[in-house]
Design a protein around this ligand. Structure first.
Ligand code: 5GP
Length: 132
């Protein structure tokens, strides 16, 4: 079982943003910028482009809902979208609030983010989430 499946199952805590029967969204524990969120399918697949077409389409629509709430919550210009998957073998989309290009620099993460700030961000984004 991947670390993300353990988060989805509640075995490992997270700052949850949203969930439906197929997908789960939570704050990245080492954000590149405040509000950095991961969108993960509950069904484990390592490589995102191995996901079936219809599931991948629904995953992007779920990510769209999360991005809307992020954009309404975190002061930013747009929500950037990245797929890496080099660390955790469970497909996921990174959503990152951007003011400029440098806000999407995965070599410069916020180390040891304040838990209280993470909690407040997650609560604020959840309050702006529509039905998923
Ligand atoms: P990638 O697989 O896309 O290269 O990177 C995995 C991402 O997952 C990283 O940005 C990392 O900070 C995040 N991550 C890894 N383990 C955990 C975890 O246990 N909890 C959370 N919330 N994020 C994690």
């Amino acid at each position: 079982m991947t670390i993300f499946s353990k988060i989805i199952n509640g075995e490992i805590p997270c700052y949850k943003i949203a969930e439906n029967e197929e997908f789960f969204a939570f704050l990245d524990i080492n954000p590149v910028n405040w509000g950095h969120t991961l969108v993960v399918p509950k069904r484990e697949t390592d490589y995102i482009f191995d996901i079936a077409d219809d599931e991948l389409a629904r995953m992007m629509i779920f990510a769209k809902r999360v991005a809307k709430a992020l954009r309404e919550t975190i002061p930013c210009r747009k929500i950037g979208v990245t797929v890496l998957g080099l660390e955790v073998p469970h497909a996921h989309i990174h959503l990152v609030p951007l003011k400029n290009e440098g806000d999407m620099n995965f070599s410069k993460k916020i180390s040891d983010p304040d838990p209280e700030k993470m909690k407040q961000i997650a609560e604020a984004v959840r309050a702006n989430m529509e039905e998923v």
